[in-house]
Design a protein around this ligand. Sequence first.
Ligand SMILES: NC(=O)c1ccc[n+]([C@@H]2O[C@H](COP(=O)([O-])OP(=O)(O)OC[C@H]3O[C@@H](n4cnc5c(N)ncnc54)[C@H](O)[C@@H]3O)[C@@H](O)[C@H]2O)c1
Length: 320
Amino acid sequence: MAKYLVTGGAGFIGSHLVKTLVGRGDEVRVLDNFETGKRSNLVEVEGQIELREVDLRDAGGVREACEGVDYVLHEAALPSVPRSVKEPRPSHETNVDGTFNVLEGARLAGVKRVVYAASSSAYGNQPGFPRVETMRPQPVSPYAVQKLTGELYMQSYWQVYGLETVCLRYFNIFGPCQDPSSTYSGVMAKFAMQMLCGEQPTIFGDGEQGRDFTYIDNVVSANLLAMKAPATFVAGRVFNIACGERHTLNETYSGLARLLSYALPAQYGPEREGDVRDSLAEVSAARAAFGYEPQIDFAEGLRRTVDWYRQKYAPREEQT
Ligand SMILES: NC(=O)c1ccc[n+]([C@@H]2O[C@H](COP(=O)([O-])OP(=O)(O)OC[C@H]3O[C@@H](n4cnc5c(N)ncnc54)[C@H](O)[C@@H]3O)[C@@H](O)[C@H]2O)c1
């Protein structure tokens, strides 16, 4: 039985990873400071995991959390473009210094492999779709620069110290447990909750910007596959993790509205600074290296997500 450390394990993606690992009998330690994550995301595994309330910026705490661990899934971050534009310093300290602390902790503890939650924002607004890992990164926002810096650190630790690291560039992940309540929440979670509460969602920009929306189960399987693949195929490398489909925000809005029988049209606001216009990924590198295959497509992911938000946020009388 392997021992895993999941940083950001109380967050959206981290908590799905934790529940899957526990479900298959692995030992799991979670490190989180609950900045954006929630204890409620981990209720199903309460008593079955070791939970450490530690801030990534606390180098000593992170180092201790790495002790005795075989594998690290590094998900903790302040994961928002607009937040990084508004307040770049806390994002930088968590996303860059925090990632450095994880690598140092993992190196000193003799961890076997670190899989890092990288971001498609690294590609920026350059021409050329789909995005391929060989393209030169052109990050726009502070967040994108921070996540790319993490990738470079991951690659350095493989080359210099032989610590096996794998970077997975996630493309707009969505699904159950994504927090809909913050100004910085992902668009899918936010729209679903607003529609359920009878509020009118706002699309920033003209809504024709495209995203390679990727259902959470695909990301979980990518992490598990990348964790066990032979080092010769994955160590020191970067892989896109997506569905390989492009859907506009207008299309996403209509899909959610249809599933939720919501009649109002979207409101439109100004484009947000630092946002990329479009994203669409080529996933053949991950397929070739560790057999990644997106199992749940956009339409099915949307249905599952809506079912979950409906259960959680629909007014009481509708649920009875
Ligand atoms: N959701 C996406 O579409 C997406 C896309 C690309 C990359 N990512 C990356 O995936 C990872 C997980 O994202 P998510 O969507 O689950 O976000 P999330 O906000 O739900 O999870 C992040 C977790 O990190 C924790 N955290 C934040 N600052 C911390 C700190 N200083 N110390 C300890 N813990 C801290 C939060 O409390 C939270 O539990 C992030 O690294 C993010 O950059 C996400």
